[in-house]
Design a protein. Structure first.
Length: 367
């Protein structure tokens, strides 16, 4: 995006920083995008066509359902700004930008322009989605075409505004650290924890994922909640969304939950490796425990899905498809967490193949 020569230097600087950050992000996803487009091209086109569907269907739904659906669509559309905020505004650069003598209005304009860089591809995706539905031309679309397009435009503008607010909050100065209250001195008596490996895991892996600017704990919590919700919607046959799409969403959430958790643990192990090698402790049980705990949420979701399936349709467990799905899911999750020497491209291939295999098996679950 080329700016006119009369543009304020601060706006030009922010746009150049954002452009550089997005180029780095795209370069880091090159291998992943190649494999994803090769294996999941038709699925990607199907998901792309679904983007505008909530806005097109909103006039035909009751207003509470329509508002909830459009609110979720707005949050999902603004999700890239939340996920990329640290790339667009890294900590040291953000601290330096805060010191510049720039008025708040100009800062807001810069945030809006940077958010617009993220929203332009999404706007193109919305246009392609609406074009797909125009080509399909179902009977229900003719009566709601004009308001549906207007609603999608309003959702896109709201997502742009929300993305701007996300970047503006990122630019706000942090709160001053409150001075710690004086504490009475006490004699520290060192003692060996009863469960030392679990104690070290909590100190070195659990607590760092929730402190400072590390969002791994919150990210995994949201992924777990999304996995549980999509799995329940799929097993309980929610009528609003097609069953195959729910199956794909549930399988993808399950695999991504394990992949992101294992990747976070591997990165933390790499950071702690020099310290672990220097300490007089056996680090192997600690790292194995950390990797096992990253696998635990996915296995718990699978176990809970079995109970839900038995409660919803006891006869379904008598067929082989649920058992095959559970076994293949467990194998895929174990492969993701148990093969640390895979290259980045091999890991992406394993994740994509796992999602496609589980989606293919899951599509037979309700047939």
């Amino acid at each position: 995006m080329r700016l006119p020569r009369s543009t304020h230097p601060y706006l030009a600087l922010r746009m150049r920083l954002a452009h550089h950050a997005l180029l780095q992000f795209i370069a880091s996803l090159t291998s992943s995008v190649e494999i994803f487009l090769l294996l999941a091209g038709p699925v990607l086109l199907g998901l792309l066509s679904v983007m505008a569907l909530p806005g097109l269907m909103a006039p035909t739904l009751p207003w509470p359902t329509a508002l909830g659906l459009l609110g979720a669509q707005t949050l999902l559309t603004s999700l890239p700004a939340w996920l990329l905020r640290k790339r667009l505004l890294p900590g040291p650069i953000t601290a330096w930008l805060r010191q510049l003598p720039v008025p708040p209005r100009l800062r807001w304009q810069a945030d809006a322009l940077v958010a617009g860089m993220l929203m332009l591809p999404l706007g193109l995706a919305y246009a392609i989605s609406i074009a797909v539905w125009l080509v399909q031309s179902p009977a229900w679309l003719h009566a709601v075409l004009a308001p549906g397009i207007a609603i999608n435009l309003a959702v896109w503008l709201l997502a742009w505004l929300l993305s701007t607010c996300i970047l503006s909050l990122r630019m706000r100065a942090p709160r001053p650290v409150q001075q710690a209250q004086e504490q009475t001195t006490s004699v520290y008596v060192p003692h060996t924890p009863r469960w030392r490996t679990v104690f070290l895991w909590r100190r070195l892996f659990w607590l760092p994922f929730w402190r400072n600017e590390n969002v791994t704990g919150m990210q995994q919590s949201l992924l777990l909640a999304g996995t549980v919700a999509s799995m329940l919607a799929w097993l309980l046959r929610v009528p609003v969304v097609p069953g195959p799409l729910l199956g794909l969403l549930a399988s993808a959430s399950l695999v991504i939950l394990t992949d992101r958790g294992d990747k976070a643990v591997r990165e933390q192990i790499a950071v702690l490796r020099p310290s672990l090698d220097a300490w007089p402790i056996a680090s192997k049980p600690l790292t194995v425990l950390a990797c096992a705990f990253s696998l635990l949420p996915g296995l718990v979701v699978l176990l809970a899905a079995g109970f839900v399936l038995h409660w919803a349709d006891a006869s379904a467990l008598q067929r082989r498809v649920p058992l095959v799905y559970a076994v293949v899911s467990a194998i895929c999750l174990l492969a993701i967490a148990g093969l640390p020497r895979l290259t980045a491209r091999g890991r992406v291939a394993l994740v994509v193949f796992s999602i496609l295999a589980l989606s293919a098996i899951g599509s037979e679950l309700w047939n």
